[in-house]
Design a protein around this ligand. Structure first.
Ligand code: PLP
Length: 434
């Protein structure tokens, strides 16, 4: 057993220098970073942004502004102030579109993710006796799995027959694009919908959205994407990739708070088409006719026609300021920093792996992953992550029995954070028997 550590004051200084040299390091000051009470450093090294992103300090003011308006004005708030409530969601039209590479009118902030998956499937899962299957990943997030199973049942199909779960090859952790494409070529005639994660929540793998969408269309099926782990993490071009629809939550990389209002994309070729069936509510028709209170639904010719209810303004306020921040920095610059930050963590983990039993199961090619690295550790992932939290001030999360996930986010994590995480793992993991 070696007591030698790969983590010296020299490697720590190097991490600090990288932080010093990076102009985007200043963005961290726009976030509330949890303190590490009584710890060796004043702040926690927070790697759980893939689960709940930290609070932009602007979020508090944005919520307080609307509370104040409510207190002062009552229903007048619908029409007055910088962001009249009647039009509050419009403040996110452009920023949400730019974030995902959509056009204005293709994106909307509404509801929560799984609710939006159901609303989208109500429109875009229209099974027939011949074409009724839904393709997901075997490691799909459980909520997505429940959603598609219940949709199949809702239409009278046996989920055993209707739901196809794609598995990686034996001995591999991630799906190969070519295998997905080959599957669609072979079985496409029976498939109604392909619903995959843009970034897999467990492994951090980025899917080739463009190639799989093209293969889905060639098979005659609809292409839906769950972007919970992709949005705000990797650059997206949903319009140009011809994606039919997508949905995402805003509390992970979008830092909009617990249970934040989610987002949704519908390609304009569907969004403009009033023949596409939609579950309707009054907020889906045009503002011009909404308050005429007529019995007929006249859908807007854009994605906002899927809005069912009036939006919860207090929950939208943090989404608005968070999207403004992404828009100000731009995904290209964030991604560039993200690749370096995750690469630095990966290199440091390589040093840990020299003497400890730890393996990165996320793809090693930076183009095939976002910021998250998933680590395969000896069983007891939960205990490891609890100790990281309690003894080292390092927040990450775990998937029992042996995966922990670390997501260095480019907006608020530092190179020094990655150094702390790696040094902590070296301390806590048992030395590998030689
Ligand atoms: C986080 C996440 C969800 C969560 O769904 P909610 O409806 O927001 O509770 C669903 N799907 C995926 C892939 C996720 O990563």
């Amino acid at each position: 057993m070696s007591s030698e550590t790969a983590f010296t004051t020299e490697s720590e200084s190097h991490a600090l220098e990288l932080d010093e040299a990076d102009p985007l390091s200043a963005l961290r000051s726009e976030f509330s970073i949890p303190a590490w009470q009584g710890g060796s450093y004043p702040e926690r090294a927070y790697f759980a942004g893939n689960s709940l992103g930290l609070m932009p300090t602007a979020a508090r003011n944005a919520v307080e502004d609307e509370l104040e308006k409510w207190a002062q004005l009552g229903h007048e708030g619908h029409w007055s102030g910088a962001f009249p409530w009647l039009r509050y969601h419009e403040a996110m039209r452009e920023t949400s579109a730019r974030l995902v590479g959509g056009r204005v009118g293709e994106t909307v902030c509404m509801n929560t993710l799984t609710v939006n998956l159901h609303l989208m499937m109500a429109s875009f899962y229209r099974p027939s006796a011949e074409r009724f299957r839904i393709v997901i990943e075997d490691s799909a997030f459980p909520s997505d799995s429940y959603a598609v199973v219940s949709q199949a049942r809702h239409h009278g199909f046996d989920p055993e027959a209707a739901i196809v779960r794609l598995k990686p090859r034996v001995g591999e952790h991630t799906l190969r694009t070519a295998d997905v494409v080959a599957f669609l070529q072979e079985h496409g005639h029976s498939i109604a919908l392909v619903l995959l994660g843009g970034v897999n929540y467990l492994t951090g793998q980025v899917m080739d959205i463009q190639a799989i969408t093209a293969a889905t269309h060639a098979a005659g099926a609809v292409s839906g994407w769950d972007l919970a782990h992709a949005v705000g993490n990797v650059p997206l071009s949903l319009h140009d990739w011809e994606v039919d629809w997508a949905a995402w939550c805003s509390y992970k990389y979008l830092n909009s708070g617990p249970g934040a209002i989610a987002g949704c994309f519908v390609h304009e070729r569907h969004a403009r088409n009033p023949e596409v069936p939609r579950l309707a509510g009054w907020w889906g028709n045009d503002l011009e006719v909404r308050f005429k209170m007529t019995p007929d639904f006249v859908p807007r010719r854009d994605v906002e026609s899927w809005q069912v209810s009036c939006p919860p303004v207090l929950s939208l306020a943090p989404v608005r300021v968070s999207l403004d921040l992404f828009d100000r920095v731009g995904m290209a610059a964030l991604r560039e920093r993200s690749v370096r930050l995750t690469g630095h963590l990966e290199a440091l983990l390589g040093r840990v792996a020299a003497s400890r039993d730890v393996e990165v199961i996320t793809p090693r090619d930076p183009a095939a992953r976002g910021c998250q690295l998933s680590l395969h550790v000896p069983s007891g992932a939960k205990e490891l992550s609890s100790r990281l939290r309690a003894e080292e001030g390092v927040d990450c999360d775990e998937r029992e029995p042996n995966v922990i996930r670390l997501a260095p986010t480019p907006l608020y994590n530092t190179f020094h954070d990655t150094w702390r995480a790696a040094a902590a793992l070296e301390r806590l993991l048992p030395a590998r028997p030689t």
